[in-house]
Design a protein around this ligand. Structure first.
Ligand code: 8X3
Length: 248
């Protein structure tokens, strides 16, 4: 019987790349998204091993009915990839609007926790796993990213704490913390400004969605007695900046 991965935010970037990787390796994939047309396109590409699920990560009340309504062959779930997430526009908090912040916290934190809680009984049944997409921003702060970094620090610490809660169940939990990867992530952050996104990744050979999918596949395909707690990765061209010092 093939294994099943549940991927949130499957319609673009790391989510779509991971769906392709797992389907190619004989897994079934349940993929959530908010855009019907994109889900349909992916379903046509990936075939019957893929089950598209219209779900907004901010609509927690929909999770229960959506999960109990899954077709029989997709009821058992071996791995949850909490990939859906976004960043508000880069802005110092003193200059930021509230609404995009609420959306980011609701998606990156509230939705992720609620969905994980809903799926844990199935994951425990299967001695499965949870892989959460955090970010290097969880560890290294930068200007204009306080809310995003805060949510990703939550995801990282939530992952470690969840390991404690699941102690003895056989369920693995991993926090994956990528640096710069060229996906629609930055296009969302720049509110659709393709030129700004292109400028960010210009001449620096960023990681790709496929690079991260490859890493997720590696974590998932390790022997069941090996748990990667957290894994931070960056493009070779990215490293750390120093402290900022204000004088005067
Ligand atoms: C986003 C990665 O390096 O832009 O999660 O903070 S980075």
């Amino acid at each position: 019987m093939s294994q099943t991965i549940f991927i949130t935010g499957v319609t673009a970037g790391i989510g779509a790349a991971t769906a392709r990787k797992f389907i190619a390796n004989g897994w079934q994939v349940i993929g959530t998204g908010r855009r019907r047309d994109r889900l349909d396109t992916l379903a046509a590409e990936l075939g019957e091993g893929f089950h598209p699920l219209m779900l907004d990560m901010q609509s927690i009340a929909d999770f229960g009915p959506a999960l109990s309504g899954l077709p029989d062959q997709f009821q058992a779930i071996d791995l949850l990839l909490n990939n859906a997430g976004l960043a508000p526009p880069m802005s110092n908090l003193q200059d930021a609007e509230q609404e995009p912040i609420d959306t980011v916290i609701a998606t990156n934190v509230d939705g992720l926790v609620a969905l994980t809680r809903h799926l844990l009984p199935r994951l425990i049944d299967r001695k499965g796993g949870v892989i959460n997409l955090s970010s290097v921003a969880a560890t290294y702060p930068y200007r204009g990213g306080a809310v995003y970094a805060g949510t990703k620090a939550f995801v990282r610490q939530f992952s470690l704490g969840l390991r404690c809660d699941l102690h003895g169940t056989g369920v693995r939990v991993t926090s994956i913390e990528p640096g710069m990867a060229e996906t629609e992530f930055t296009l969302v952050r720049t509110q659709g400004d393709q030129a700004a996104s292109d400028a960010l990744y210009a001449d620096m050979n960023p990681m790709t969605a496929d690079d991260i999918a490859e890493t997720i596949w590696w974590v998932a395909s390790l022997p069941a007695h090996v748990n990667i707690n957290s894994l931070e990765l960056m493009p070779t061209s990215q490293s750390w900046a120093g402290f900022a010092v204000h004088r005067g």
